[in-house]
Design a protein around this ligand. Structure first.
Ligand SMILES: Nc1ncnc2c1ncn2[C@@H]1O[C@H](COP(=O)(O)OP(=O)(O)O)[C@@H](O)[C@H]1O
Ligand SMILES: Nc1ccn([C@@H]2O[C@H](COP(=O)(O)OP(=O)(O)O)[C@@H](O)[C@H]2O)c(=O)n1
Ligand SMILES: [Mg+2]
Length: 198
């Protein structure tokens, strides 16, 4: 089983001090679509699964909707269950898990429930300014792509996701990519990481 986590977060701890990097709008979904085509992974976006759960009329729908609108992280119990179900349904054994884990609770819950760890974690390095611009012109009708929620999402990334990045960095699992370039240029970088050197 291959499992990749995509966490594209703002990093401000010592080692990463120089980077003004970020998460929402850094191009996770866009690059995942490319990776699926080239490398045969199943792309599972935690955010997409949560949005589908709202649409399905689930009893958790209102709670999830409110959390997303506020840029908050939905309780792991809900998200991990959705991911696990989607993994079982897929019939594949290679997964790109996009936008997850976003906090320590996400990480610990996933590992506890599935017993698996990612092979590596991709980190997209992109300025907040650029991400903000991309999110504001994404035009997918999302309730969280407005300037007020975007600021909250950036803050949540800084506060909740740094420990997760550091956890994986300590295990030498983080692969950093300059995501501020064009879609094609970013994919060239991504390809290098996915193509084994020999
Ligand atoms: N490298 C890039 N340069 C310019 N725009 C991009 C790039 N990558 C993605 N985008 C655009 O930015 C927006 C956010 O991309 P998306 O893949 O949804 O990011 P994420 O999933 O990380 O929030 C989309 O409208 C997408 O078309
Ligand atoms: N692991 C996750 C992923 C997303 N989410 C929620 O879903 C929202 C959108 O996530 P997303 O990954 O689709 O957003 P982008 O980073 O793609 O812009 C987040 O801001 C959270 O409110 C969550 O609670 N837990
Ligand atoms: Mg996305």
């Amino acid at each position: 089983m291959s499992l990749l986590f995509f966490i594209f977060n703002q990093i401000c701890s010592n080692k990463w001090q120089k980077l003004r990097t970020g998460g929402p709008g850094s191009g996770k979904g866009t690059q995942c679509a490319n990776i699926v085509k080239y490398f045969g992974f199943t792309h599972l976006s935690a955010g997409d699964l949560l949005r589908a759960e709202i649409k399905s009329g689930s009893e958790n729908g209102t709670m999830i909707q409110n959390m997303i609108k506020e840029g908050k992280i939905v309780p792991s119990e809900v998200t991990v269950k959705l991911l696990q179900h989607a993994m079982q349904e897929s019939g594949n054994n290679k997964f790109l898990i996009d936008g997850f884990p976003r906090n320590e609770e996400n990480r610990a819950a996933f590992e506890k429930v599935t017993g698996i760890e990612p092979e590596f974690v991709l980190f997209f390095n992109c300025s907040e300014e650029e991400m903000e611009k991309r999110l504001l012109s994404r035009n997918e009708g999302r309730v969280d792509d407005n300037i007020e929620t975007i600021r909250k999402r950036f803050k949540v990334f800084v506060e909740s996701s740094i420990p997760v990045i550091e956890y994986y960095d300590a295990k030498s699992k983080v692969r950093k990519i300059d995501a501020g370039k064009s879609i094609d240029e970013v994919f060239e970088e991504v390809k290098k990481i996915f193509t084994p050197a020999n």
